[in-house]
Design a protein around this ligand. Structure first.
Ligand code: ADP
Ligand code: GLC
Length: 494
């Protein structure tokens, strides 16, 4: 693309500052890739209580800023942080909303009921920042329900603003299972137009649906893989929004996420026991032993380990896995390492398995980035039995670590993993279709038998997997085209 753009990236989490899942990885690596391609990217996110001050240490001076929410004038502090000449972060410091134990919910997993006000405020603050800093932007890029309100504010509050008036809105849906549905209590504080409280825009069974409103106002809506874009046009996957996505026509597209190989590559990973490459896999064996030791597993090199790192929720297929994991461990020569947190019931079940299957199953309930890297490096297989998966990053990381993915063929999992073909040994992983415990059991059995009985295939697949390239180059170029189209849609006279 010839023209370099000014892009405002409004997001509720970005690594390494704040992360609950893949959104944070994407919100770190995509701005970086776009900046590397010459665009000016401004990332605006909350200054959460949990962000380590170390990470924000800078000699740049915070400034105060006013933000109108409906008739209410709020004042917040903004902490700038320059990353490089094309990439700036601004952290919105507003204690009333962001100094809490969690980002979206409390420790008991209860959503904060004022989430619309909190994230509506973040969205509006990002736009006010452009006015305050006199920053003319071409694109406002919002992500998920949390910042969907930015699409509405852009189109209804800031049309005559010299800095935002011509900007186009792009909304990325990372997960349509979370829509930001709340009571309408905060509607007037949010300052949306009365006329937009109708079922085509924000209204949803009497409450507010933030994502739905964002979809309505965005010039381009995308999700994070082509397959998930297709799936979400179908009621079985859309969580009720397929009709609204269909209304967007060709303004709804799928762009596969890229990954950051500076962070996730065994050749340079400082968090693992020994680095390795597809040319020399000795380090992987060292990583396997170290993982077995750390997770109190029998230290037997010849036994395959299956790893999992994910939020423990219905989406990720843990309820189906619960029905078959014990049969797998009883009937197959295999070990499991499970890392994750989420639903209390699942945490309890998976957290107690190591006692019951001592030496065979290791589990850590919680969040641990180093362990996530060590699991990627030390395992032979990586299991993602997701019921749906917009993109999924861990299977892509796994490929690079030579840890063959075993996945349900859905969304981004289907787009990134190539099915193993037993007759010729091709493929990069093992896929199944039915979201059932039986299918998980059978596919794990297929993978494990490949490990023991078709070792050459397994070894070749590892090396093939490690050479797959899902870096951001191609995906960032697709975002550039999407931005270009959004600009044409937003400014049709040009
Ligand atoms: P999702 O965003 O749906 O949770 P992704 O596969 O896109 O799924 O991204 C998950 C990201 O979060 C990965 O970087 C993964 O390593 C990380 N992650 C998830 N759970 C944990 C955990 N318990 N500890 C450390 N990292 C985790
Ligand atoms: C969401 C999805 C996941 C995706 C991530 C980043 O959390 O569940 O599949 O990889 O966002 O786009």
């Amino acid at each position: 693309m010839e023209r370099k753009l000014n892009i405002l990236f409004v997001v509720s989490e970005s690594a390494p500052y704040a992360k609950t899942g893949g959104l944070a990885d994407v919100a770190a690596s995509l701005p970086h890739a776009l900046a590397g391609r010459g665009h000016k990217v401004t990332v605006v996110m909350p200054y959460y209580a949990a962000i380590s001050p170390e990470l924000l240490r800078t000699d740049e001076t915070p400034f105060s800023m006013n933000v109108w929410m409906g008739d209410c004038e709020e004042w917040c502090l903004v902490h700038p942080r320059t990353i490089n000449k094309n990439l700036n972060y601004y952290f919105i410091d507003f204690q009333k909303y962001f100094f809490r134990e969690g980002y979206y919910h409390d420790n008991a997993m209860q959503d904060y009921l004022d989430n619309p006000s909190r994230f509506g405020f973040l969205s509006q603050a990002a736009l006010y920042l452009c006015k305050t800093k006199q920053l003319a932007v071409d694109i406002v890029h919002a992500h998920d329900w949390q910042t969907s309100a930015a699409m509405a504010y852009l189109k209804t509050h800031h049309r005559s603003c010299p800095y935002l008036g011509k900007a186009a809105g792009v909304l990325t849906i990372h997960n349509i299972g979370y829509q930001g549905k709340y009571s309408r209590e905060s509607y007037s504080y949010l300052g949306f137009r009365e006329e937009d409280f109708n079922p085509r825009v924000f209204e949803d069974y009497g409450g507010i649906n933030l994502l739905k409103g964002g979809i309505h106002f965005a010039d381009i809506v995308n999700t994070v893989s082509p397959s998930y874009a297709n799936e979400t046009l179908n009621p079985a996957y859309s969580h009720g929004l397929d009709a609204f996505l269909r209304l967007k026509g060709d303004r709804y597209i799928g762009i596969l996420n890229g990954v950051d190989y500076e962070e996730w590559d065994p050749a340079g990973d400082a968090l693992i026991a020994k680095k390795y490459t597809f040319r020399n896999m000795n380090g992987k064996t060292v990583c396997k032993k170290a993982l077995q030791k750390r997770m109190n597993l029998y230290q037997q090199e010849h036994i395959p380990i299956i790893g999992m790192v994910s939020r423990m929720t219905e989406q990720k297929g843990h309820y189906q896995l619960r029905e078959c994991i014990e049969a797998i461990v009883n009937n197959m020569q295999v070990q499991f390492v499970i890392l994750g947190s989420g639903d209390k019931e699942l945490e309890h079940y998976f957290g107690t398995l190591p006692e019951k299957y001592s030496g065979h199953i290791g589990a850590y309930i919680g969040y641990d980035n180093s362990l996530a890297h060590q699991i990627e490096a030390g395992c032979d297989f990586f299991l993602m039995p997701s019921l749906y998966e917009p993109c999924g990053l861990n299977q892509i990381y796994s490929l690079r670590y030579g840890t063959l993915p075993i996945v349900r063929a859905t969304g981004g999992l289907d787009d990134t993993v190539e099915q193993y073909v037993e007759s010729d040994g091709s493929g990069t992983g093992f896929k199944y279709y039915d979201a059932t415990p039986r299918a998980i059991y059978d596919t794990v059995g297929w993978a494990v038998s490949t490990y023991y009985d078709r070792r050459e295939h397994f070894n070749d697949m590892q090396r093939r997997a490690m050479q797959q390239d899902f870096s951001w180059e191609e995906s960032a170029a697709r975002y550039e085209s999407a931005y270009q189209r959004a600009l044409e849609i937003a400014n049709p006279e040009k």
